[in-house]
Design a protein. Structure first.
Lengths: 110, 116
């Protein structure tokens, strides 16, 4: 059930800044990683993915970096906009299912 | 992109009643669908993996007799919360894996369940 007092880590940025959201994953055998954006009351929306044989992948305004040595994943958003405000989750695929990280709330001020 | 729908988008029910949630892949076939539960300010937790034509695989701690899953066709999976209690109130999200593109998993918009 719900944990009393639980809160999401929050990153607050100004419009136009670059944002970096970090994620530590747990399974060294994971071979595929995805970043999702979730707006309030909606399902997760795919942003970008990366396979374990890569360390960087770029999309439109977004870049994902993978450091397998320390099991760390990051999402960089360039020129952050108010519409980017949401909760961002990383997910790792170990065997056949996705495991989601705890999430980070991104707040973008105009 | 591919679309996954859920129905209903929200439901309020009395304690002790059962609620059925539908998950449909609208423009692709999905031999595998997944059901997640998300409590406020928390992450998505996988409840079960639904396989077309066979029994669902439940995650540890999820009661299969309470959360009944049926995946009768390649485009439809249903989750029935039986004898719902207030602690079952949550946001239920399904996702579907494209049978032709196994790495791609699309998420539905979620169903908000409130049990009074």
């Amino acid at each position: 059930g719900e944990s009393v007092g639980l809160h999401l880590p929050t990153l607050s940025v100004q419009e136009g800044d670059n944002s970096i959201i970090n994620c530590a994953y747990s399974n060294s055998a994971s071979d595929y990683f995805i970043w999702y954006k979730q707006e309030s009351g909606k399902g997760p929306q795919f942003i970008i993915d990366i396979r374990s044989n890569m360390d960087k992948r770029q999309g439109q305004r977004v870049t994902v970096l993978l450091n397998k040595t320390v099991k760390h994943l990051s999402l960089q958003i360039a020129a952050t906009q108010p519409g980017d405000s949401a909760v961002y989750f990383c997910a790792e695929r170990g065997y056949s299912t996705l495991t989601f990280g705890k999430g980070t709330m991104l707040l973008v001020s105009p | 992109g591919a679309v996954v729908s859920q129905h209903p988008s929200w439901v309020i029910c009395k304690s002790g009643t059962s609620v059925k949630i539908e998950c449909r892949s609208l423009d692709f076939q999905a031999t595998t669908m997944f059901w997640y539960r998300q409590f406020p300010k928390q992450s998505l937790m996988l409840m079960a993996t639904s396989n077309e034509g066979s029994k669902a695989t439940y995650e540890q701690g999820v009661e299969k007799d309470k959360f009944l899953i049926n995946h009768a066709s390649l485009t439809l999976s249903t989750l029935t919360v039986t004898s719902a209690h207030p602690e079952d109130s949550s946001f239920y999200i399904c996702s579907a894996r494209d049978s032709l593109a196994q790495e791609t998993q699309y998420f539905g918009p979620g169903t908000r369940l409130l049990v009074l």
